[in-house]
Design a protein around this ligand. Structure first.
Ligand code: NDP
Ligand code: OXD
Length: 309
C-alpha cells in the first residue's frame, strides 16, 4: 500500500513520522520521487500540480491536506472517478474560531484605530458599543462557520449566517441562497467569510455586495482569496463604506511584496494561518478514511465534486 505526499507548503518531515507510527504498512512516497506510479493507492495533497493525480492509474482516494478542496478541483485533468476526501479536524476548527474571535473583537473594539492613535501619541476615547449591539454575519455555516458562530455568540455577539441550503439553527438568524444574501448583508456590521471557493462564491466580496452592508462595516476573509474582488476593496475603504478589512487569504499567495494591501492602514494581512493543518491530530483522521476504504466501509467527509465542496 503506497501513499503519495505532495504539498506546496508543508514538509513531509512533519507528516511521515505521524503516518508511519499509526500505519506502518503504508509506504510514503514524496513527490517528485514517486517511483512506479502504478503502485500508488492514495494521494495526500495540497495544491498538486495539474495532471499529477491523473498520472496515477490505480489511485483509490484523494485526501486533501486542508478543509478546502478548490486546490484539487481546479485541476482540469482531475480523475473524476476517484473520491476526494477533505480534512475535517476539530483542532483546526477550534483554531479557526480563535482567529475569527480575535479579529471580530479587534474590529468591534476598534483596535486598528487605537493602534494608529498610539503610533501618533493620541489619547482619545472612541465611541463604543456592547457586543450584543454588534450584528455579525457569517458567510458559510459549515464546520468552521458554525463553531465560530457559537463562540461569537458566547462572547455576546448577535450572529446570523448565510448558507447554500436553508437551515434552522437555534439562536441564529439564518439566510440561504442568492435570495437570502441581501438580508444577511443588510444586518452585518462585521462580515466574516468562511465559504468554500466555488463557481457560485467566487468574487462574492465585491463592491455591489459591500454596498449592501451598513456603512462603516468591517470585513474578515478567511475563506479564499478569490472570494474578494481585490480591486473593489481599497475604493470601498476610501469611501468609508467599509471601515477595515482583515484578510488571511489572497488570490496570489504569498501576497506579492509590492501589493498595496501590505501597507494600507485599514487592512490587516495575515499569511493564510487562520487554521493551520496539524499533523498529530490530522493524521489519525486521514488514516481512518484509508482504513475505511480498505474495509469497504462508508467514507467520511467525502467531497461532492459537482457542488464544489
Ligand atoms: P463546510 O463544507 O463545512 O461548509 C461550507 C459552508 O458554505 C456551508 O454552510 C455551505 O452551505 C456554505 N456554502 C457553500 N456554497 C455556498 C453558496 N453558493 N451559497 C451560500 N453558502 C454556501 O466547509 P468548512 O466550514 O470546513 O470550510 C469552509 C472554508 O474555509 C474552506 O472551504 C476553506 O476555503 C476555508 N478555510 C480556510 C482556512 C484558512 O486557514 N484560512 C482553513 C480552513 C478552511 P450548506 O450548509 O447549505 O451546504
Ligand atoms: C484549508 C486551508 O483549506 O488551510 O484547510 O486553507
Amino acid at each position: 500500500m503506497a501513499l503519495l505526499f505532495r504539498s506546496s507548503v508543508d514538509s513531509e518531515a512533519r507528516w511521515a513520522p505521524q503516518l508511519a507510527r499509526l500505519m506502518p504498512a503504508l509506504e510514503i512516497r514524496v513527490w517528485p520521487e514517486i517511483g512506479d506510479p502504478r503502485n500508488i493507492d492514495y494521494a495526500l495533497v495540497w495544491r498538486p500540480e495539474p495532471g499529477l493525480l491523473a498520472s496515477l492509474p490505480n489511485l483509490k482516494l484523494i485526501l486533501s491536506l486542508g478543509a478546502g478542496v478548490d486546490h484539487i478541483l481546479c485541476d482540469p485533468q482531475l480523475p473524476r472517478r476517484v473520491p476526494i476526501i477533505r480534512l475535517v479536524d476539530p483542532y483546526m476548527t477550534d483554531t479557526m474560531s480563535e482567529y475569527v474571535a480575535l479579529q471580530v473583537l479587534r474590529l468591534h473594539r476598534r483596535d486598528l484605530e487605537y493602534c494608529a492613535q498610539q503610533a501618533a501619541g493620541i489619547w482619545r476615547e472612541l465611541e463604543h458599543k456592547n457586543a450584543a449591539e454588534r450584528p455579525v454575519g457569517i458567510l458559510g455555516f459549515g464546520q468552521m462557520g458554525q463553531d465560530a458562530g457559537r463562540k461569537l455568540k458566547a462572547l455576546g455577539f448577535d450572529v446570523a449566517f448565510w448558507s447554500r441550503t436553508e437551515k434552522a439553527v437555534v439562536g441564529f438568524a439564518g439566510y440561504a441562497g442568492p435570495a437570502g444574501l441581501p438580508g444577511l448583508l443588510a444586518r452585518s456590521e462585521i462580515l466574516v467569510c468562511l465559504l468554500p471557493l466555488t463557481a457560485e462564491t467566487e468574487r462574492i466580496l465585491c463592491a455591489r455586495n459591500f454596498g449592501l452592508l451598513p456603512k462603516g462595516s468591517g470585513l474578515i476573509n478567511a475563506g479564499r482569496g478569490a472570494h474578494l474582488v481585490e480591486d473593489d476593496l481599497v475604493p470601498t475603504l476610501s469611501s468609508g463604506q467599509l471601515s477595515a478589512a482583515v484578510l488571511d487569504v489572497f488570490r496570489d499567495e504569498p501576497l506579492p511584496p509590492a501589493h498595496p494591501f501590505w501597507r494600507h492602514p485599514r487592512i490587516v494581512v495575515t499569511p493564510h494561518v487562520a487554521a493551520l493543518t496539524n499533523p498529530p491530530t490530522a493524521a489519525p483522521i486521514i488514516l481512518d478514511n484509508i482504513r475505511r476504504f480498505e474495509a469497504g466501509l462508508p467514507l467520511q467527509n467525502r467531497v461532492n465534486a459537482q457542488r464544489g465542496y
